[in-house]
Design a protein around this ligand. Sequence first.
Ligand code: 13P
Ligand code: SF4
Length: 310
Amino acid sequence: MKVKELQNEINRLKEEKGFCILAHAYQGQEICEIADYVGDSYGLSVEAAADERKNIIMCGVRFMAETCKILSPDKKVFMPNPLAGCPMADQYDAAAVRRLREENPGYAVVAYINTSTELKTEADVCVTSSSAVKICKGIDADKILFIPDPNLGAYVSASVPEKEFKFVPGGCPRHAEITEEEVLKARELHPNALLLVHPECRPEVVKHADYIGSTTGIMKFAKESEEKEFIIGTENSIVEHLQYDAPDKSFYPLSVNLTCMDMKVTTLMDVYNVLVGKGGEEIELPEETAKKARKSIDRMLEDFTNTSQK
Ligand code: 13P
Ligand code: SF4
C-alpha cells in the first residue's frame, strides 16, 4: 500500500468507528496529516479531556497516552506502538518523590508532565513546557522542588526569580545532549537565521536563543515571524513540519542528535492496526492511582486557564 492510500483508509476507518487521533508534534509528517489534533503536551491534555469521541489513539509516547486515560477514564485510549516510552519519564518513581519530599520539607513538588502516572500521584501540580512559568508563578508556595528536568527548571526559575527552586539530576537525553558548540556552529552556517529553542535544552544553549518555547510555541513563532530563516533547537520533526507549513521560509536542524527514537517508533501501519483491532495497546490504569494522579493535572489545567485569563 502507498502512504496516501493508507492515510485515506485510516481516515475512513476513524470516521466509521468513532476514533479521535491525537498526535504530538514530534510525530512524523505522515502521522500528523491523519490526526484530528497535533500539538504540544499541554494542548494534547486539553484535547484529550475535551473530545467527545469514545476512542482515542494517542500517537506520541506512553506518558501522553496515560495522561489521556487519566483525563478520560471512560474512553478507550490506545497507543499504536507500546514501545514508545520516554526515558525522562522513567527517571524517578513515586517512592523517590516521597523521599525527596521528606528531605525537602516546605517545598511544593512541581512535576513535569513527562512522568509516570504513579509519580503524578505524589506531585502537588503538573506542568508542561508551555504552562510551567505561569503555574510556578501562581502556585501558593515560595519554595519549589521541580522534577525531573533541571534544564526546564532553570528556564522557569529565571522567569520566576521571586521563588526558591531546587532541582534533581535528570532531563530529556535528546535535548540535554545539545552543546553550545553546536549552537555556535549553526550560527556560523546560518548567520541570518533566528535560533528557536525548547527549554529542555541546557542553559548554555538556551541563553543563545531568540525565542524559547514549547513545540507549539516554536511553530507558531516561526510561522508568524517576518523573518525568513530559522535554526530549530528541538526535535527534528518540527523542522519537517515547518518546511511543509511555510515553504517560503528556510528551517535548519540545530543538531542531528535532536531525533527522539521513541517518538519515531510509531508508524502509520501501527495506527491502522489499532483501527482494525490487530495491534497497539489499550491503556489500563489502576482506578485509584489514576484518580489521585488526575488531581495534579486538573490543578494545572485549572490554574493555567485562570492565570491566562488574567
Ligand atoms: P512539549 O510538548 O511541551 O513541547 O514538550 C516536548 C517534549 O519533549 C515532549 O516529549
Ligand atoms: Fe522524552 Fe525527550 Fe523524547 Fe520528549 S523528546 S519523549 S522528553 S526523550
